[in-house]
Design a protein around this ligand. Structure first.
Ligand code: GDP
Length: 306
């Protein structure tokens, strides 16, 4: 799995390669340190994390006098792992709590995020993962503003063998589609209903109203199990600002970082968790149905450092 992650993470190993190159130089100059720092910043680690990593590296190299690239790489990996925080709960909570009421079905997942980040694709891939785990799944197309969005979800549904509940007309109330999807899920004894929402970057108030309403109508029937915020890794710090708006509009329980296959900016994991205080739970590594993985901090650190 790690090899796959590494192969898909474009630019993976850049940090490791830079480290190796710089450490092999006879006399380390300020410019050499800057080169390492630039590599970390370019990977979107953000300034605080980069400063912490640079501090650890300087200590290792200057104070301890070590130039062994493997030892230094190890320190960097440990520091990065601490920043990614392996202790965070990254599980999707879709099963009834132990001793909980198994009749409280379906579990519900709300997909939120800016258009184009990969929400619909992720909804389809997630449906596939859950079906493979033996769960029954229903998709709800609550992005009623673009007929194309519902069509795209319907295509994914057909692809992964899952029914899609959609509005009978364009511009219908997204909340009513979400309500219908969950009601149908309950009636059919479905395990998980995944609701895809609209991601128009409108005013914050409008977004909050809309997502709030979608959430409330679901909660009239069952609790919302997970609110997954989808974030495109290639959009860097700008995407992070947009994500903050969504995080404020909905009680996000986890982040899905998409398009990591096309980006050397995996460091965004550190910034996004720090900024939003929510764990990255899943990563998108391509456009295909099997290109969704749980986020594993150890694999990730090894892949990014190379
Ligand atoms: P939405 O508007 O947020 O629902 O975004 P879509 O699901 O329509 O995805 C937008 C584009 O990104 C599509 O062309 C997807 O195939 C592509 N995409 C989504 N996730 C990934 C990913 O993990 N990797 C890559 N390379 N492309 C992705």
């Amino acid at each position: 799995r790690m090899q796959r992650l590494r192969a898909r993470l474009a630019g993976a190993g850049t940090i490791g390669a830079t480290l190796l190159g710089v450490l092999s130089r006879a006399d380390l100059q300020a410019a050499d340190w800057e080169e390492i720092e630039d590599t970390l910043l370019m990977a979107d680690l953000g300034v605080p994390a980069t400063e912490r990593l640079m501090g650890a590296l300087r200590t290792r190299v200057k104070v301890e006098g070590t130039r062994d690239p493997q030892a230094v790489r190890q320190i960097l990996a440990e520091e990065l792992l601490a920043l990614v925080d392996p202790a965070m709960d990254r599980a999707l909570h879709l099963d009834p709590a132990p001793g909980g009421d198994a009749r409280v079905r379906p579990a519900t997942v709300l997909m939120v995020g800016v258009n184009g980040t990969g929400k619909t694709t992720t909804a389809g891939k997630l449906a596939r993962v859950l079906v493979a785990e033996g769960k029954s799944v229903l998709l709800g197309a609550a992005d009623t503003f673009r007929a194309a969005a519902a069509d795209q979800l319907a295509t994914w549904g057909a692809r992964v063998g899952v029914d899609v509940v959609r509005a009978d007309r364009e511009g219908a109330d997204p909340a009513s589609v979400a309500f219908d999807a969950v009601r149908e899920g309950a009636e059919r004894g479905i395990d998980v209903v995944i609701v895809d929402t609209a991601g128009r970057l409108q005013t914050k108030t409008a977004l909050m109203d809309e997502l709030g309403k979608v959430k409330r109508v679901i909660e009239k029937q069952v609790p919302v199990s997970e609110v997954l915020l989808v974030l495109d890794a290639t959009t860097g710090q700008n995407g992070l600002r947009q994500a903050e708006v969504f995080a404020q509009a909905a009680d996000v329980t986890g982040i899905v970082l998409t398009k990591l296959d096309g980006s050397a900016k995996g460091g965004i994991v550190v910034s996004v968790q720090r900024e939003l205080g929510v764990p990255v739970k899943l990563v998108g590594l391509g456009e295909g149905p099997d290109d969704l993985s749980p986020f594993d901090p150890h694999d990730f650190v090894n892949a990014i450092i190379g």
